[in-house]
Design a protein around this ligand. Structure first.
Ligand SMILES: [Zn+2]
Length: 76
């Protein structure tokens, strides 16, 4: 039986496991089928080692809102 040590929710890079993460605003590209939507000023966590970007919760919400309105523009 394994006892899992409850680690503090430290943010780690999902790609390389680095702890060197910085949160900042960035333009985040979202793939929508053949198109790409660049959502501006999204709150992301960026790994300083491999530069992988992961949106924060607020960032994900903004991306979801922008994606929705983009889809509505396309859907006519
Ligand atoms: Zn990384």
């Amino acid at each position: 039986m394994k006892t899992t040590v409850s680690t503090k929710s430290k943010k780690k890079c999902e790609a390389c496991g680095s702890n060197d993460i910085k949160t900042h605003m960035a333009t985040f590209p979202v793939k929508l089928g053949p198109k790409q939507l660049n959502v501006g000023r999204v709150s992301v966590r960026e790994c300083m080692d491999c530069h992988a970007m992961t949106p924060t919760k607020a960032g994900q919400e903004k991306i979801a809102r922008c994606t929705m309105s983009f889809m509505m523009l396309l859907d006519r």
